[in-house]
Ligand binder design. Sequence first.
Ligand code: PLP
Length: 445
Amino acid sequence: MSDMNVPEIKTALPGPKAKAIIERDARVVSPSYTRDYPFVMARGQGAVVEDVDGNVFLDCTAGIAVAATGHSHPDVVKAVVDQAQRFLHMSGTDFYYEVQVRLGEELSRIAPLKGPHRSFFANSGTEAVETALKLAKYHTKRHHLIAFFGAFHGRTMGSLSLTASKVRQRSGFGPLLPGAHHAPYPDCYRCPLKLRPDSCAAECLDFLQDQVFGQVVAADEVAAVVVEPIQGEGGYVVAPQVFLQRLREITRDNGILLVVDEVQSGMGRTGRWFAVEHSGVEPDVVTMAKGIASGMPLGVTTAHADVMSWPPGAHASTFGGNPVACAAALATITLIRESLMKNAEDIGAHMMQGARALMEKHPIIGDVRGRGLMIGVELVRDRQTKERATEERNRVVYECFKRGLLVLGAGRNTIRFSPPLVLTKDQADTALRIFDESLTAVERS
Ligand code: PLP
């Protein structure tokens, strides 16, 4: 799969083989998945993916921010194969294996809080969040939880109770976890409290203190505040540093654990190991998944040893911390440390600048934001009223697909760029060129 002809679309989309698979899929696979366009993967390498009909695409999704080291990075594949040949499974719940211990040690080196640390190993982002919730309740002996509007923390019942991104994700599943409350998130582009961007962060926290703690639940009954330093599914919304800093003070003053959900924003994507580091804030608990093992299923919850002090049997998982996934994570961490975190910072800055430049040409772009290779472009029908261009956003995503660029939506009207962290400058320019053409196509139609 050479980089020379990327992208290269050879058939109508979907091509005949893709079409046949999608028809079979419709008969047997849950209809709850949200497929925005008919991409049927055959293979991938780096940031380039090929579909079953031989069409070649540039991937700016990384399979929802997962393939951090690029598709099938040889070092990761080697680590997976080596481990698979030794043993596939033994369950860290009942037995020991060194690869999991080594991963715990590595995570302790990069965790955004002071140690000594302990890590719990699960299989997914939602499980990492469930673990954090159970741990916070167990440790504090309190049961209330605070999350933010726009948040996405997963879809199992505990995490779902904190998720408040799209009503479709919650509706029909109630009653959810008692004691889960929401406060406004400082989406300063469209401040939930209709304030000016410079006061939005402070006012959102005043709301938490005055309205939530003053009228709904006493702060000393709250086990944890769970926050994404950059909201992912909610639309790549970056919390101002001062928001996270003051949130840290409020939680510390009230004996509340601060849980940062870095499932999407972590593992080098923003140019630091964890997005919270940009603010200098040290959380009590951090959740990770997605990019941590380059595509092998792994979720991790890391906390200070004094917090993660629950007894044997309190929490466990048969598959969590699978040895093959742990081996993939170790190889992933090495690659991120060696070069990819820096690449995310550099190429991210280049892409962000390119996306911002497109604002001059395309009035449909209302806002461009993000950090590193976590970039959101919010589309609006009118820059003054900020009316959401949801339908246009969906069409731009499809136009990109037709031209060989894979991107995903986030929130109601944002397009996200979350490519593998191996993205090159040339690839970033190709992505921007196709994005530009796709915006033009939608604006003209
Ligand atoms: N937390 C965040 C911030 C996420 O972005 C996601 C998934 O998008 C999750 C949790 C849930 O992860 P998973 O889909 O692996 O359960």
